[in-house]
Design a protein around this ligand. Structure first.
Ligand code: TXA
Ligand code: MG
Length: 333
């Protein structure tokens, strides 16, 4: 199959492909999604095939209007409406699923994940397609999520019908996932919309994303966000101790690289060094994280040593992704 490259003014063409049961990668403000008609079991099944996605990992349904919620979910709690300031935005909620949503979307669960993306291309695509769009991140399963069209093509060229070139994603990290299907709301995946911002609207929420043994979001149990290089995190309360250790590790390994920050960049003397941005600007680091992991692959690096980063605000979501990309391999000094 040849993957069409579409400009942002060709959304009608992309919508036609969705209506015909095809797969279109499109930009959102978080990461690129791989879209299919969310009411078509066959189209949704082909998303799993294109990505190599495990069959028990459900898809998020993307809608463009809150009033569509009753088409895909029922028994909607008041907390959903209290969160309306985040719709559209980078918040995904889990609700009880209506019968209209095929099993291929929910992977057999009685619930459905729903998101209202803010990105105008995404919204227009959903509107013109006339159907909810089921979309996981548009990467090969296990790889870092794509934040540019070129990342989508690196993984899926020839496996999907089209990609819309919509530039760099605004945030670069996936949405926060909040489970509203049970009595106590719980965050299943941290993201751009932080826990304090959610609690401010609906009161206390649980944080269950790190329950590694029995994760409620099936996707959280799989290896994730991994470049081909092995990633090792180095953690210390003292930044110069951390940089010294990373330098020593990079010196001792052939073909290694360092994921630095602007503040530490000049302390490193060995291997390829790329800065994620300033420690004082975690939004910038979030935007660059997945692209940087992919850059190491482009340069053929076999080992990456990475710094641990501040965990305030969006930092918690950044560290969650980094720990996963390292396969929980962390050295404490
Ligand atoms: O920002 C995002 O959320 C991006 C853009 C494209 O919207 N999408 C995304 O999708 O990150 P994906 O498939 O890469 O991650 C979705 C996560 C998976 O961990 C999946 O297991 C979980 O959501 N999920 C989906 N439906 C669920 C459900 N009914 N219950 C629990 N977890 C669910
Ligand atoms: Mg994903």
């Amino acid at each position: 199959m040849q993957t069409l490259r579409l400009a942002p003014d060709s959304i009608e063409k992309a919508a036609e492909i969705i209506r015909l049961g095809g797969l279109v990668a499109f930009p959102t403000e978080t990461v690129y999604g791989l879209g299919a008609d969310g009411f078509s079991p066959e189209a949704c099944a082909s998303v799993f095939a294109a990505k190599g996605r495990p069959a028990d990992n459900p898809l998020i349904l993307h809608l463009c209007d809150i009033s569509q919620i009753n088409q895909v979910a029922f028994d909607i709690p008041n907390t959903f409406y209290l969160l309306k300031d985040f719709f559209p935005g980078a918040l995904t909620v889990i609700l009880k699923k209506s019968d209209k949503v095929p099993m291929e979307v929910s992977a057999g669960l009685p619930t459905v994940a729903v998101r209202f993306p803010k990105n105008e291309i995404a919204r227009e695509l959903i509107r013109l397609s006339g159907t909810p769009i089921a979309a996981p991140s548009a990467n090969k399963s296990g790889r870092p999520s794509p934040t540019r069209a070129e990342h989508v093509l690196a993984d899926l060229d020839g496996r999907i019908d089209a990609v819309i070139h919509g530039g760099d994603c605004e945030y670069g990290l996936e949405s926060t996932i909040l489970d509203l299907s049970e009595n106590t709301p719980s965050i299943l995946r941290q993201g751009v919309i932080t826990e304090p911002r959610i609690s401010e609207k609906i009161g206390a929420v649980l944080l269950t994303q790190n329950a590694k043994d029995a994760p409620k979001a099936p996707g959280m149990k799989y290896a994730h966000y991994s470049p081909r290089a092995k990633v090792t995190l180095v953690s210390s309360a003292n930044i110069s101790k951390m940089t010294e250790k990373i330098n020593a590790l990079a010196l001792s390994r052939e073909n290694s690289a360092i994921m630095a920050t602007d503040e530490t960049f000049s302390a490193y003397t060995h291997g390829i060094v790329i800065s994620l941005g300033s420690r004082a600007d975690l939004d910038e680091i979030a935007r660059n994280l997945f692209a940087t992991l992919r850059e190491f692959d482009k340069r053929g690096v076999s080992q990456v040593f990475a710094e641990t980063l501040p965990t305030d605000g969006i930092g918690a979501a950044i560290m969650n992704r980094l720990i996963k990309s390292a396969g929980y391999s962390i050295i404490y000094v």
